[in-house]
Design a binder for this molecule. Sequence first.
Ligand SMILES: Cc1ncc(COP(=O)(O)O)c(C=O)c1O
Length: 401
Amino acid sequence: MAFLAESLKRIKPSPTIAVTDMARALKAAGRDIIGLGVGEPDFDTPDHIKQAACDAIKSGKASKYTAVDGIPELKAAIARKFKRENGLDYKPSQIIVGTGGKQVLFNALMATLNPGDEVIIPAPYWVSYPDIVLLAGATPVAVPTKLDLGFKMKPEALDKAITKNTKWLIFNSPSNPTGAAYTRDEVKAITDVLMKHPHVWVLSDDMYEHLVYDDFKFFSPAQVEPALYERTLTLNGVSKAYCMTGWRIGYGGAPEPLTKAMATLQSQSTTNANAAAQWASVAALDGPQDFIPKHNKVFKERRDLCVAMLNQSKGLKCPKPEGAFYVYPSCEGTIGRKAPSGRTIETDQDFVTALLDAEGVAVVQGSAFGVGPAFRLSYAVGTPVLEEACRRIQRFCGGLK
Ligand SMILES: Cc1ncc(COP(=O)(O)O)c(C=O)c1O
C-alpha cells in the first residue's frame, strides 16, 4: 500500500515473536503446545526489585517525566555496575537509559548510520540487528560462523569483511541465538583486528553477560582492549539476568557525543524510559545479586539436559554453548526426510513447521538468524517441560522417513 513508508519494505516482523504468537494461538485453540521460541527467563522478577517500583509509585517518584537519558540515581548505579563488573569508567553523561536494550541499539544505529555504511554482524545473529541496520538505510554484512568452530567469528573473517565503509561491528557474547561466548583471548583476537582499522566502532551487546556456565569468565571488548574505549558502545540491560523483560529497561555506555546524539533521538520518540521501571532497575543493579548464580545453576542443568537429548535425536547435532539460554542444533541430517504429514523436509522452516504440527513443539528456524539448516531452542522453561519437549523432538526425528 502506497500509504506506508518505503523503509518498512526493508524489514519484517520479528520471526521469534511470530513463532511465539503462533504457539499461543494454537494453545488457545486447545492444542497441547510447548513453546521454546521465546527469549526470556521463566523466573519471576525478584521481590526486592518489584518492591522498589511499588515504593516509587507510592511516593510519587514515578509520576512525572524523568530526564530523557535516565534518572541520575539509575545512571549512577549503571556507572557503578560498569566499574565493578567490567572495569569500565563511564561518567553519567556517557550513559543512556532506554526502553529496553533494543531501543538503545535502535538509537545508536539510527543516530550513526547513513546510506552506504556497512555494519558487520557475525551470523547466526539476533534477528533485530540486520533489520534495524536496514531501516536506517545502511547495509548489514553478515559474517557466517560454523557449528564446529562453536559459532565464533574467526579474526581473519572479520578482517576480510571490513571495508572503508564499515562503521560498526556488532559483537554479541554470549550470543542470541547460539549461546556461544568468547573467552578473553578470543575477544582480544577480535579487538586486535579492530585496532588495525581505526574507523570501525564496536557495539558490544553484553545482554547475556551474567548467563554463563562452567566457570566461564565474561569479558567485554573495551575491557580487554582499553584503546578501543573511544569507539565502543557497551550495551546491556536488566531484562535477562534480572528477569525483567516486561519492565523494558536497557542502557549503554559510550563516548559522550554518541550518547548525546542518542538522547536527542530518544527525546523525539519515547522521551524517557518508564519511571517506575527505572527505580526498579536501581534496586536490581545495586541490590543482592545472589539469585543470579542460583538461576544459572538451573539453566546449566537444562542446557546439559537438552544438549544430551538433542544429540540423541536422529539427524540433529547440537554443540554445547557457554552461555545465554539457547541451543542451536543443526538439523541438516533431517533434510530430505519425510514428516508424518507426508511432506518432505527441505528447509529448516519445513522442519520447525512439521515439528509444531506433529508434536506441538515450537522452536525458531535457523534461517531467521542467518545460518541454517538449524533451529534455536530456548531452554528458559521449567525442566520437566523441557524434558518432555526434547522427548517429543527425539520421537519426531526418529519417526522421519
Ligand atoms: C542479544 C540481545 N540483545 C538485546 C536484546 C534486547 O533486550 P531488551 O530490549 O529486552 O532489553 C535481546 C533480547 O532478546 C537480545 O537477545
